[in-house]
Ligand binder design. Structure first.
Ligand SMILES: Cc1cc2nc3c(=O)[nH]c(=O)nc-3n(C[C@H](O)[C@H](O)[C@H](O)COP(=O)(O)OP(=O)(O)OC[C@H]3O[C@@H](n4cnc5c(N)ncnc54)[C@H](O)[C@@H]3O)c2cc1C
Length: 313
């Protein structure tokens, strides 16, 4: 017989743990699937970074994994039950909802989905070695670090995010190269104008990024023009991917409404998904801000909404 819980939280990043802290303090005895292999790992995306300088409350910055240990400790302190397992299947067609991992099946009156999103990578040869050593997928997170200041930097991509990241990086960089595989940007007209007008942004058209250069840290990039076949090396201290994110929603497909790119759709101004009693929080429904503090904020909101909804039932 499957265990029955008031509230199941799926995911243990800033959104999931914040939801757990609020729900546990409201005596909901939340049960959390922390995740294991799917969509990152327990603790979420911040466990893959070093210094987090923009999470409020830590004026000197804090190591990403350490910050997530603190989140976890706080959720555990108020009685959140946690298992380091991936959810493999859900049935939201009737209540109580059914959630299955490889180890167990749990029934829940309410669910909060906080499974995050994964930044797409290109898989170039030196990527593993250079990740966090000059390569990143988040300009807002890492652009202000001392290693990138007053240096030439590079952004790979051609959509709105790429232009936004390039514009943001011009605050710190001497030059920002925007490398795009086509001869026109995919970004909206207004964003294109912004990029073309910015004297610090140099667009490199018809070009693909082949690999990062450097021993321990990025010192340059090897590029290839896809029209001429010519390769060249450009000196840069940082390379930022802006080629999109994949929300971790494959197990929810067909159960709740997702947008065409796979993000969970919530009702405007709420954390409510298309299924009553199922809420979403964090990067899994947010392709705009994608920050730890916004994920934590929506985690709080989801827990408060779940609590009220459970009370009404
Ligand atoms: C390298 C890097 C550096 C960053 N630096 C910063 C920074 O400095 N400041 C900042 O504010 N933001 C930063 N970010 C962004 C920040 O990490 C995210 O915005 C934030 O982690 C989103 O939180 P979340 O809880 O929504 O999801 P995530 O942190 O992505 O957590 C998702 C959780 O869901 C779990 N999960 C996924 N699928 C399943 C499943 N099927 N079953 C069970 N569990 C599952 C995962 O294991 C994980 O625990 C950075 C991101 C990266 C990648």
């Amino acid at each position: 017989m499957a265990d029955k819980k008031n509230l199941v939280i799926i995911g243990s990043g800033p959104a999931g743990h914040t939801a757990a802290i609020y729900a546990a303090r409201a005596d909901l005895a939340p049960f959390m699937f922390e995740g294991y292999m799917k969509g990152g790992s327990a603790g979420g995306q911040l466990t893959t970074t070093t210094e987090v300088e923009n999470y409020p409350g830590f004026p000197e910055g804090i190591d990403g994994p350490e910050l997530m240990q603190l989140f976890r400790k706080q959720a555990a302190r108020f009685g959140t039950e946690m298992v380091m397992e991936d959810v493999e299947e859900v049935d939201f067609s009737k209540r109580p909802f059914r959630i299955r991992s490889s180890e167990r099946e749990v029934l829940a009156d309410a669910v909060i989905i906080a499974t995050g999103a994964t930044a797409r990578r290109m898989g170039v040869p030196s990527e593993e070695k250079m990740w966090n050593n000059g390569m990143s997928a988040c300009a807002v997170c890492d652009g202000a670090l001392p290693m990138f200041r007053n240096q030439p930097l590079m952004v790979i991509g051609g959509g709105d995010t790429a232009v936004e990241e390039a514009s943001y990086l011009t605050k710190f960089a001497t030059t920002v190269y925007l490398v795009h595989r086509r001869d026109e940007l995919r970004a909206s007209k207004i964003m294109q104008e912004r990029a073309l007008k910015n004297p610090k942004i140099e667009i490199i058209w018809d070009t693909v990024f082949e690999d990062a250069l450097g021993e321990d840290y990025v010192t340059g990039a090897r590029l290839k023009n896809i029209k001429t076949g010519e390769t060249r090396e450009v000196d840069v201290a940082g390379i930022f991917y802006a080629i999109g994110h994949t929300p971790n929603t494959d197990v929810f497909a067909g159960q709740i409404d997702l947008d065409p790119t796979g993000y969970i759709i919530v009702q405007p101004g709420t954390q409510q998904t298309s299924v009553e009693g199922v809420f979403a929080a964090g990067d899994v429904h947010d392709h705009k801000y994608r920050q730890a503090v916004t994920a934590a904020g929506t985690g709080c909101a989801a827990a408060l909404e779940a609590e009220r909804w459970l009370q009404e039932q």
